[in-house]
Every structure is written in C-alpha cells, then in structure tokens.
Design a protein around this ligand. Structure first.
Ligand SMILES: Nc1ncnc2c1ncn2[C@@H]1O[C@H](COP(=O)(O)OP(=O)(O)OP(=O)(O)O)[C@@H](O)[C@H]1O
Length: 223
C-alpha cells in the first residue's frame, strides 16, 4: 500500500532522511517515533505525496508517485485521511461544516445521516454548531479526525494526535484510531508518547518505526 524504495529526502540539499526502504501493508497499524526534528512529519508527508523524495522511489496504492498526474494526486489524497499536528479549521464555519468540508471540496453531496453518525462517533454531537475557536484541544483533535475520515479513506495518518491533550483524551483518541484499524484501515501515528504505544500494543498488532541517524528502523519488542 505504501512502499519506500531507498528513499531520501532533504530540505536545502542536506539529507534529513536517507536509505528508507519499507513497506506498509493494507490494514496494518504503525507508530512512527523519534526525537523532535528527526523527520516524522516529513516522512508522513512523503506517505501522502505532499512531498516527493529527492532520491529513490515511493509507490502509493501500487502507483509510483513520480509518474502520477494531477488528477491521480487528488484521487490519492481522497484515499488518505490526514490529521495534521496543528489541525487548522476555517474559523467562520461551524464544527459540522468544517468536518464536511472535504466533501464540498471534492464536489460530493453531503449525506447528513453519515455526518451525524460520524459526529456521534467522535463524541461531538453536542458541538456541531460550535465554532472551532470554542473547542477544547481534545475536541479539536476529534473534529480533525472526523474530517480526516469523512471521505472513507483507506489510510489514516495522524501526526502527534495526542500532543496537547491529557491521558484520558489520548486514550480516547487512540481508541478511535484502533476502531478505524479494525474497520480495515491502515493507520500511521507519529508520536513521542511511549505510554500510548504500550497501550496500543496491548490491544492491536502494531509495528513501531523509529527514526534515528536519518534512517528508519523497526523498533524492538522492548517498548
Ligand atoms: N519546509 C521546510 N523547510 C526547511 N526545513 C524544514 C521544513 N520542514 C521541516 N524542516 C526541518 O526538517 C527537520 C525535521 O522536521 P519534521 O517536522 O519532519 O520533524 P519531526 O520529527 O516531525 O519534529 P517534531 O517531533 O518536533 O514535530 C527539522 O529540523 C525542521 O526544521
């Protein structure tokens, strides 16, 4: 589903990531960890073709990213739901309208029942008409997750989804991501939080990837 073949990426001519070869299978659950500035967000951006590698090849859904057309990029983005680290919203629109935004951008009709169900799933039914500025950190993250999955993507990528929330909320967010994985979605989570990884390991088969020395290694079982 996501294949890296001897990939390198750097900003300004200096490699940040190098010799990355790995394969993420459909339905798998991955954590990506590593020190601040190691390149986690950069790696995730390569996984949804926000960035193209400076060397090597990436295949997403069987397609070489280098060769794909603009239309195919749009299609590929629809298959991948992303929860960004800073989860931005359109401040003048309600939470429900923000969550439904990917549908309007794609020119798809809004299925109200589906939106209602999705809002209930993330526990935001009561906040549908609120403005983003009125949400707590945990509510923002859950709204961002709902927005990321409204197009029924095959892959869900979350960049530090629990960075600014307490432990109870972290567990709640993790639970939602585990549920998505049980529905068959491939899940990739970047996090510093080893407690979160341990918690997930007790519930779901996960692979932990760690960035060290510009390379990505599979972490051992000692986490
Ligand atoms: N657009 C950019 N231009 C130049 N340098 C960048 C750019 N984006 C990121 N970097 C640099 O690349 C390095 C890796 O950034 P990245 O955000 O991928 O790391 P990270 O592991 O996600 O960090 P954190 O855990 O702090 O979020 C950092 O040194 C960062 O300053």
């Amino acid at each position: 589903m996501i294949e890296f073949n001897n990939v390198a990426y750097g900003y300004g001519g200096r490699d940040l990531l190098t010799e990355i070869s790995l394969s993420l299978n459909p339905g798998s659950f991955h954590f990506l960890t590593g020190p601040s500035g190691a390149g986690k967000t950069t790696f995730l951006k390569l996984c949804y073709r926000e960035l193209e590698p400076t060397a090597g090849q990436i295949h997403l859904f069987g397609q070489a990213t280098r060769d794909i057309t603009r239309d195919q990029v749009a299609e590929l983005r629809r298959k991948t739901g992303v929860v960004h680290q800073d989860c931005k919203f359109l401040d003048h629109l309600s939470v429900a309208e923000n969550i439904a935004m990917p549908l309007s951008v794609a020119g798809k009709p809004m299925d109200v029942a589906n939106l209602t169900e999705l809002m209930a799933w993330v526990g935001l039914s009561e906040r549908a008409d609120a403005l983003p500025a009125e949400l707590s950190g945990g509510e923002r993250q859950r709204a961002a997750l709902a927005r990321a999955v409204i197009m029924s993507p095959d892959v869900v990528i979350a960049d530090e989804p629990t960075g600014n929330v307490d432990w109870d909320m972290s567990l709640r967010l993790l639970q939602l991501l585990i549920e998505l994985n049980r529905m068959g979605k491939t899940v990739i989570i970047a996090t510093h939080d080893m407690h979160l990884i341990r918690q997930a390991k007790s519930q779901v088969q996960t692979r932990v990837l760690r960035i060290a020395n510009r390379r990505i290694q599979q972490a051992g079982v000692d986490l």
